[in-house]
Design a protein around this ligand. Structure first.
Ligand SMILES: Cc1cc2nc3c(=O)[nH]c(=O)nc-3n(C[C@H](O)[C@H](O)[C@H](O)COP(=O)(O)OP(=O)(O)OC[C@H]3O[C@@H](n4cnc5c(N)ncnc54)[C@H](O)[C@@H]3O)c2cc1C
Length: 407
């Protein structure tokens, strides 16, 4: 038997789930499918932190609030941060950003990806959106004016509009033949959670080492500020060595790389190593097809922006589809879908280019470039206006915002 929907969203990660919820009152028949289970895990406050976390911007928080998911996130675990410290490990340049500088309460929240996911899933289970768990897409082809999808277990689905929200290695993108521009950062990221002897002071810390950026992001449990999530981006060779170190040697290496800013590293959870690759789809849309989130773009985690861009993609695409519905337009029409691409691609590209430049500047060893970044950091540190601009950008509250992210 074949199932049919008006919009079929492949991938119920944070971004696909957000899109499905944003379309819940549209009157459209939505089907959201994922290769994994779609159950909500009971939350245990004492459970170790999940290694994958995201720094959610104020814009993402607003979107999640309007989708009804923020309450479930906040009642589980979310760590607000008010300040950010960035410094050059091979010089004296440093810069400090604060929420207070733009009269905001926080710069954002560090939240475990699983917590965000469960907050969204809770709302999805309360809605009448069709959910298909353990539904891995294997084949996709045009069939008349529609797409015909075949799952790994042989089930078949049909829809005039398919949205790829199936992550960085998107099967939809590959099967539909969408081209990408991509390159290796020649970086791997080691991700884990650590307990430090000094409090993190609700601050996100980032040190640029010769090998790559090392971030300590504040976590919160029982109101205590002693745990941080770390993202250590480094060369594949060093990552391999660090992954092989016994626990105590790893903690010491981490402490040294971080100049002991938060005292001793007393405990470290198991490490995960992720190869980093920048990817950007040349087009986000085609007839009956739209790419969102990591399926459309992946960006270096030093920006802490990946999922924030994804939530904006989801909110803009939902807005475009709902408006088109109201005007009686055909949603699968590439002219309709291009409105989404026109609003999101320039924004995503600009941020990716800025991060690329930043990353290269900090990777560079020639003396003039080291001097430039050191003096650059010192110069910007003395320019409150420039810093405020950066903070507003990080809050995600500037530019062409969808209604879901507006105040
Ligand atoms: C080390 C690291 C640190 C990061 N830190 C941050 C940060 O601080 N802030 C931030 O904003 N972003 C951060 N990011 C990026 C962020 O994690 C991603 O942008 C985000 O997870 C993308 O969400 P998504 O829903 O698009 O894709 P995903 O989370 O990858 O979800 C894709 C979903 O699709 C499903 N799927 C895949 N293939 C199929 C298939 N064939 N059939 C059916 N279902 C399928 C998967 O099961 C999954 O549920 C970081 C990334 C890394 C690597």
């Amino acid at each position: 038997m074949e199932m049919r929907a008006d919009v079929l969203i492949v991938g119920a990660g944070m971004v696909g789930s957000a899109l499905a919820l944003a379309l819940r009152h549209s009157g459209l028949e939505i089907l959201l499918l994922d290769g994994g289970p779609l159950s909500v895990k009971p939350f245990d406050e004492q459970a170790p932190f999940e290694p994958r976390v995201s720094a959610l911007s104020a814009a993402s928080q607003r979107i999640l609030e309007r989708l009804g998911a923020w309450e479930g996130i906040a009642k589980r675990r979310a760590a607000p941060y008010t300040d950010m410290h960035v410094w050059d490990g091979s010089g004296t340049g440093q810069i400090h950003f604060s929420a207070a500088s733009v009269h905001a309460q926080v710069l954002g929240h560090i939240v475990e990806n699983r917590v965000v996911q469960d907050g969204l899933l809770e709302r999805l289970h309360d809605s009448d959106i069709g959910l298909l768990a353990n539904a891995r897409l294997e084949q996709l082809r045009r069939s008349g004016d529609e797409w015909l999808l075949t799952l790994a277990d042989g089930r078949r689905l049909r829809a005039p509009l398919v949205v790829a929200a199936d992550g960085a290695n998107s099967a939809v993108r590959r099967l539909a033949g969408c081209e990408t521009r991509e390159w290796d950062y020649l970086h791997h990221a080691i991700v884990t959670s650590v307990r430090c002897s000094a409090a993190h002071q609700a601050t996100a810390w980032q040190r640029f080492t010769d090998e790559g950026p090392l971030a300590f992001l504040p976590l919160l449990r029982d109101g205590k500020q002693d745990w941080c999530s770390i993202v250590w981006s480094t060369t594949p060779e060093q990552a391999e060595q660090l992954m092989a170190l016994p626990d105590e040697a790893f903690r010491k290496a981490l402490e040294r790389a971080f100049e002991g800013r938060l005292g001793e590293v007393l405990e470290a959870d198991p490490r995960v190593c992720v190869p980093l690759r920048q990817r950007h789809a040349k087009r986000y849309v085609d007839e009956g097809l739209a790419l969102i989130g990591d399926a459309a773009h992946t960006i270096h985690p030093l920006a802490g922006q990946g999922v924030n861009l994804g939530f904006l993609d989801a909110a803009v695409l939902a807005e475009v589809l709902v408006n088109a519905c109201e005007r009686g337009e055909r949603l699968a029409d590439v002219k309709v879908l291009s409105r989404y691409e026109r609003r999101r691609m320039p924004h995503n590209l600009a941020l990716m280019a800025a991060m690329e430049g930043f990353e290269r500047l900090f990777q560079a060893n020639p003396l003039p470039l080291r001097w430039l970044r050191n003096s650059g950091l010192k110069l910007v540190e003395q320019m409150p206006e420039a810093k405020a601009l950066f903070v507003r950008q990080a809050l995600g509250l500037s530019g062409d915002l969808p209604d879901l992210a507006k105040a």
